[in-house]
Design a binder for this molecule. Structure first.
Ligand code: BGP
Length: 473
């Protein structure tokens, strides 16, 4: 017997910038991620320390072709349908609809592309779950306006959001505003298009930008409901609770502080107001938020559900500069000696997922949607030309069990989309060799390969999981 409710949404996730490619096709403009090269020059850009905004011939930019979903979406969606997906999470590239970001009217070619993608999903009864901004702010907005540090972004984003809700009305009803909104604190350029001036208070810039994103998200939520009351809008957290490294009170306190740093965004989006602890945190960081009249009212437009990614739990102590840190999913964490790690040092902790879900439901009392989870691993073909990714199956199986446990704890869970259901470009490394998919894509870290798709062992396993509504793991 399955513990998953009837109608539980099963599927997988991609993001435009990591899958589509076609970076200059259909009138698309350049975005932040299109400027992030693979290799040695990648990190400064991700951290917002790079001010050279020009593509260089001697660099390789993984997003430019990615896995060519732009031309292969029919084949890819057919593979998802074959696995039995009932939901497919992807994002719309803002720069396909508004190439510069500040135009008054959208690019019809961009709208036509996404209509075609969502119609293809409907053909197979797959519900699209669509993120409006997944790490790809149009570059023109970065260069001309300083991206989210500028209040004008609210106007540009809400115009874009309205366009999406109207243009795809009847095709899409599940929406997310910003992917992993808290990541802008940890990776400000890819997260929010922020580039810093020498010597400025970066926290001030980040939290003011966060305020603008939160206002934009609340307004977008309101617009979505006005356009169609059936629309359901979620926020999206890069999730994973912090454990205290020990039971020393100072470690426990630090774990709480670290959780709040990330949950701050969701506290606003799901509860409709700045949390009480924010004032003290801002004081300590020398941050003053410039609010406009009416902002507090706007923030009351809370989301319908809370979505999150979960790859790993995290660990904190009073001394976060200790030597044994890792950066699981970009957020700095201490290495937890009680759990195994992936090849990239991300802790594998299915019980941590149940803990995270319980904490989030206790805190928000809104349905949860796990929209990213998976194991990044290197895959090799065996002698029979197959990929036997039992390591991936075992990771996913344990995490699906944890969701089942959370459901038995009484938590309403809307669905589950594994990350990178078809291999795609890794956000942190820009590489292809960190693979998450049920479907292998023939492409290497330098961008070579036929791009042909092939089914891994996990493909057949996940098909069976979906067919049994999670009973047959
Ligand atoms: C999240 C992002 C995704 C994705 C995933 C895996 O932070 O929302 O875009 O890439 O993490 O991370 P990585 O690709 O670095 O393995």
């Amino acid at each position: 017997m399955s513990v998953f409710p009837q109608g539980f949404l099963w599927g997988g996730a991609l993001a435009a910038n990591q899958s589509e490619g076609g970076f200059r096709e259909g009138g698309k403009g350049l975005t932040t991620v299109d400027m992030i090269p693979h290799g040695a020059n990648r990190l400064p850009v991700k951290l917002g320390q790079e001010k050279r905004f020009a593509l260089r011939d001697d660099e390789y930019y993984p997003s430019h072709e990615a896995i060519d979903f732009y031309h292969r979406y029919k084949e890819d969606i057919a593979l998802m349908a074959e696995m039995g997906f009932t939901v497919f999470r992807t994002s719309i590239a803002w720069s396909r609809l508004y190439p510069d970001g500040d135009e008054l009217t959208p690019n019809p070619e961009g709208i036509a592309f996404y209509r075609a993608v969502f119609e293809e999903c409907k053909k197979y009864n797959i519900e699209p779950l669509v993120t409006l901004c997944h790490f790809d702010v149009p570059m023109h907005l970065v260069v001309e306006y300083g991206s989210w540090r500028n209040r004008k972004m609210v106007e540009f984003f809400t115009r874009y959001a309205r366009t999406c809700f109207e243009a795809f009305d009847g095709l899409v009803k599940y929406w997310l505003t910003f992917n992993e909104i808290n990541i802008m604190l940890h990776s400000p350029f890819s997260g929010a298009g922020l580039v810093f001036e020498e010597g400025e208070n970066q926290d001030q810039v980040k939290y003011q930008a966060a305020h603008h994103e939160l206002i934009a998200s609340a307004l977008a939520t309101k617009i979505a409901h006005e356009v169609n009351p059936q629309n359901q809008v979620g926020c999206m957290l890069a999730g994973g609770n912090f454990y205290p490294y020990s039971c020393k009170p100072a470690d426990v306190w630090m774990a709480l502080e670290k959780d709040r740093e990330n949950l701050f965004f969701i506290d606003v989006q799901a509860r409709g107001a700045y949390p009480v602890y924010a004032a003290r945190v801002f004081r300590e960081k020398g941050v003053t938020i410039h609010k406009e009249q009416g902002d507090d009212e706007i923030l009351k437009n809370t989301v319908d559900f809370v979505s999150f990614s979960y790859y790993a739990s995290r660990c904190a102590s009073a001394d976060m500069n200790a030597n044994n840190t890792s950066a699981a999913n970009i957020v700095k964490s201490l290495r937890n000696p009680h759990i195994e790690v992936s090849e990239w040092g991300w802790g594998i902790d299915p019980l941590g997922l149940r803990i995270t879900m319980n904490m989030m439901y206790d805190r928000y009392q809104k349905p949860l949607f796990l929209v990213e989870n998976g194991l990044g691993a290197k895959d090799e073909f065996n002698d029979r030309g197959e990929i036997e990714d039992d390591y991936r199956i075992s990771y996913l199986r344990e995490h699906i069990r944890a969701i089942g446990d959370a459901i038995e704890d009484g938590i309403p869970v809307m669905g589950y989309t594994t990350w990178g259901c078809i291999d795609l470009v890794s956000a942190s490394t820009g590489e292809m060799s960190k693979r998450y998919g049920f479907v292998y894509v023939d492409r290497d870290d330098a961008g070579h390969g036929s791009l042909a798709r092939s089914r891994k062992k996990s493909f057949w396993w996940y098909k069976k999981v979906i067919a049994s509504n999670g009973a047959d793991l």
